[in-house]
Design a protein around this ligand. Structure first.
Ligand code: CP
Ligand code: NVA
Length: 303
């Protein structure tokens, strides 16, 4: 049984396969070629947190492949509190062919994957966001022809989005650097996992955003306060203030540098309107690529 829980579980060849399939599906979609790879299949979507991109791109993607998506709000399903994770997983495996879950705790995904009998796709956890990472890499590939050899400077929190992108870059030969305030970089468990399962040079970390973006092909940012960290918001606003992606920071990167953001953006915090609405920003192309990357994942797991 294959799952998509973390990009680190995939080989470089599997990642490259998913990216080329995503590009093929994107082209087929643009040419309005009907697809039937998920006919008769049902994909359950269980979300403990809000979403626009992940939910809608999965629902649309499943429909475009001829299947049916079923949205199940987390507070109705009650993972681990209305019933045990194992009882949930064993029950729902009778009804759906795959599950997409957005959860607070990554261990919830592991528990369901271990006890259910259908593929589990991580639609964001506190640990990682692999579907986002795939769409990010697809976007870098489209913008630069190849991700290999490019430098991505992530300016912000060493969070779920940063971890997945760092791993994807590492596995595909792109350089990933992180700029964040002291104490907000990658934690020891991630560094150990990276060393063991990605290898090579570990991602460089900077406390100076200007040093980090020097020569970068891509500047990437995400919200400073992720879902579930709301109590830390005031403290984070202060600490991350010097890490805003603005025109001054962008001017220090490579001349044709592109700006990516997983969205939703908190304009005026981690990124300015000027950059979001400027010519370097490819965040909406990136958001569109969620659809195609996830269709490739669904076919990879279900076909
Ligand atoms: N980037 C992302 O996952 O967006 P949503 O939270 O809207 O799904
Ligand atoms: N790091 C953010 C990503 C949102 C798509 C969060 O977890 O809230």
């Amino acid at each position: 049984m294959k799952h998509l829980l973390n990009l680190i579980d995939l080989t470089g060849d599997e990642l490259r396969h998913l990216l080329s399939e995503a590009a093929r599906l994107k082209d087929a979609h643009a040419r309005r070629i009907p697809a039937h790879s998920l006919t008769g299949r049902v994909v359950g979507l269980v979300f403990e947190k809000p979403s626009l991109r992940t939910r809608v791109s999965f629902e649309s993607g499943v429909a475009q492949l001829g299947g049916t998506a079923l949205y199940l709000p987390g507070n109705e399903v009650g993972l681990g509190w209305r019933e045990s994770l194992a009882d949930f997983a064993r029950t729902i495996s009778n009804y759906v062919d795959a599950l997409v879950l957005r959860v607070y705790k990554h261990s919830t995904l592991d528990g369901i994957a271990a006890t259910g009998s259908v593929p589990v796709i991580n639609g964001l956890s506190d640990w990682s966001h692999p579907c986002q990472g795939l769409a990010d890499l697809l976007t870098v590939r489209e913008l630069f022809g190849s991700e290999a050899g490019r430098t991505v400077a992530f300016v912000g929190d060493g969070n779920n989005v940063a971890r997945s992108l760092a791993v994807g870059c590492g596995k595909l030969g792109a350089n990933f650097v992180l700029a964040c305030p002291p104490g907000y970089g990658f934690d020891e468990p991630f560094k150990a996992d990276y060393a063991a399962r990605v290898g090579g040079e570990p991602p460089k970390e900077f406390n100076d955003p200007f040093a980090a973006v020097k020569g970068a092909d891509v500047i990437y940012t995400d919200v400073w306060t992720s879902m579930g960290q709301e109590a830390e918001r005031e403290e984070r606003l202060k600490k991350f203030a010097p890490f805003q992606v603005n025109a001054q920071l962008l001017s220090k990167a490579a001349p044709n540098c592109k700006v990516l953001h997983c969205l939703p953006a908190h304009r005026g915090e981690e990124i300015t309107d000027e950059v979001m609405d400027g010519p370097a920003c490819a965040a909406f192309q990136q958001a569109g690529n969620r659809l195609h990357a996830q269709k490739a994942v669904l076919e990879w797991l279900l076909k």
